[in-house]
Design a protein around this ligand. Structure first.
Ligand SMILES: C[S@@+](CC[C@H](N)C(=O)[O-])C[C@H]1O[C@@H](n2cnc3c(N)ncnc32)[C@H](O)[C@@H]1O
Length: 224
């Protein structure tokens, strides 16, 4: 039987793990990916110097964007205190970061963000919310914008006793369905997809508790 996990308990998990600096099976403290670093280095000054990081977590992507000279709006459902603490002890460049405590699905994109990052967060939203959010981001994009998305697709979760788990309302897209959604929303943009298998083990039992295909999407708006 499929057991449902509430969204509230997922939110509470991160609100506890992140301020306490806990590393989890998903490696919350991981440095920014090579793919993202390469993208950031390639962005020239035709791209608006504003960025949006949805579900910033410990803030590594937010800080990398700010260090590269972007004003960053950083959105997460956790309290802003842990990110504010990091900003406080970082360089002057970090003061370009605006943390917002907000659900990604409730955040209204009303400006032309040069860069949008959503890493390991969109799979928690409903499919409708993912589509609405990205459609809005695309509608507001008028420069040489770049979107970097890492999204889990084809997810299989299980409890320590082997019971199948599902988070209420989660998008639960297959890789193919997700690719179709992205191709529709980003029509006319340059798109690249990279797919990789992802698995996480329960530290107590050693059993695999999460398996998915990770989609990494890099979308570039040629409309500059
Ligand atoms: C797996 S972490 C990813 C953190 C970061 N993007 C990274 O890859 O290093 C997921 C983050 O998304 C946040 N989150 C989950 N659901 C959310 C939602 N509906 N709205 C905003 N943030 C959410 C969590 O609080 C957590 O910080």
């Amino acid at each position: 039987m499929l057991q449902s996990i509430s969204k509230a308990s997922v939110h509470a998990f991160y609100a506890d793990a992140i301020p306490h600096g806990r590393n989890t099976a998903e490696n919350l403290q991981a440095a920014t990916s090579e793919r993202f670093n390469t993208l950031l280095e390639s962005i020239d000054n035709q791209t608006p110097r504003t960025a949006l990081d949805l579900g910033y977590g410990v803030g590594n992507y937010t800080l990398a964007l700010a260090r590269a000279g972007f004003r960053v709006v950083a959105v997460d459902q956790i309290p802003c205190t842990s990110l504010l603490r990091r900003i406080g002890s970082a360089g002057d460049w970090a003061h370009q970061i605006e943390p917002r405590r907000c659900l990604a699905e409730d955040f209204t994109i009303d400006e032309d963000f040069g860069v949008v990052v959503a890493k390991d967060v969109l799979h928690y939203l409903t499919r409708h919310d993912v589509e609405t959010l990205l459609t809005r981001a695309v509608a507001q994009a008028h420069g040489a914008n770049h979107h970097y998305l890492e999204v889990f697709t084809g997810i299989a979760r299980s409890s320590p006793s082997g019971q199948l788990l599902r988070i209420e309302g989660e998008a639960d897209c297959s890789p193919t369905a997700f690719q179709h959604v992205i191709e529709e929303i980003y029509a006319g943009w340059d798109l690249s997809f990279h797919w990789s298998d992802h698995a996480e083990q329960d530290s107590r039992t050693g059993r695999t508790c999460f398996e998915a295909t990770r989609a990494t999407v890099i979308a570039a708006n040629p409309a500059a």
